[in-house]
Design a protein around this ligand. Sequence first.
Ligand code: URA
Length: 438
Amino acid sequence: MYLPQEIIATKRDGKRLSKNQIQHFVDGIVRGDFFDYQATALLMAIVLNGMDPEETTALTEAMLHSGRIENLDAIKRPKIDKHSTGGVGDKVSILLAPLMASAGLCVPMMSGRGLGHTGGTIDKLESIPGFNINLEQSMYENQLARIHQAMIGQSPDIVPADQILYSLRDVTGTVESIPLICASILSKKLAEGIDALVLDVKCGSGAFMTNESNARELAHALVGISKSMGKPASAILTRMNQPLGCAIGNSLEVIESISCLCGNGPKDLMQVTYELGAEMLRLGGICEEEDEAFQLMQNKISSGEALSAFRQLVHAQGGSTQVVDDTSLFSRSKHSHSYIFNGEKPAYISEIHAKYIGEAARILGAGRSHAKEVIDSAVGIYLNYKVGDFIKPGETLCRVDYNDSNKLVHALDRIEKALSFTTEEVVIDNVIIERITD
Ligand code: URA
């Protein structure tokens, strides 16, 4: 039996917590025996003094077992998921679930909503008329057995410890801690009943980790802790300095995803999708070599099988498949106006600051500043040009879809702040920085 103040004092003094102390702390939080101020005191002590890999594994394990853990053993295909640490214009999950299902994997994907300047997969999918992200457990399992993919929101009985701890971290300045981030992400992903996990750890101006070495440290920690819990994992470190692809905003991003599945995806978005997909196929034992995996994915797109798998997913979850076949029917038609942002002088684009573009989209109504805000799925920004492109005066750099002209004024401020130009040619860094495997 441990007193909460003893556990807090141990970490405050920079000492290790035992597995039992960590388990007792997590149980106390979930049962309501510990007060929020005790939980946040310990969280702050962890932010300041860290946790070693054994402590982080113990925390992940205790959080994982705080709720229901899916058992997908009846599904014979390899069950592999992907998680991204979040960015702007990141619609890779929407591409990967059908692409991987068509290539022989099973993808049980539970995703989050967007908060702040980053978008959330669930919000994007909900822009498809009728798409249901709340499947009951039996429907979810049946769908996985039948079409090998499901994309749903976080169920409340999965990792309740994270729901309590994350909401406290969000308002007490205790999000930025590698052990806390690892335990939060991995407990939720491992509760899905997966065999292996691929992580897209983003760094840059639009990412949660702006600094490359911190992102690398997080990627290594995630891969190491997952492995220590018996789940093979890989991480791909990717750049998030400019938005990924061209579309930012919920329905715009689904439309862009459909276009990618038809074989017309922008280069950076397809590079990240293929790199993560190749790692999922490797961990699932479908392809050994990257070249073979790239070939398989390209074939699935050019044959139309990946798009057809997406149509199956939308149909299975109650969404309108008509919008998949004709994206002009999309709720995008619900935006009332478009503002065209033109280039003024001949110049190369040297920066499209991802965070400012994400903020502009949020201001338009595509995202939330607090969890209860209602989003407008039709608004957003479409970039006709990306960093390194040359733009002539009068050419359209981007289109801004909006419904409220007051919001537009503030959003345009952010877009202007996001853009920088130069007369010199721009060297573009590869969007893929590094692959970290176990
Ligand atoms: N995403 C999560 O799910 N948890 C964190 O702690 C940070 C990002």
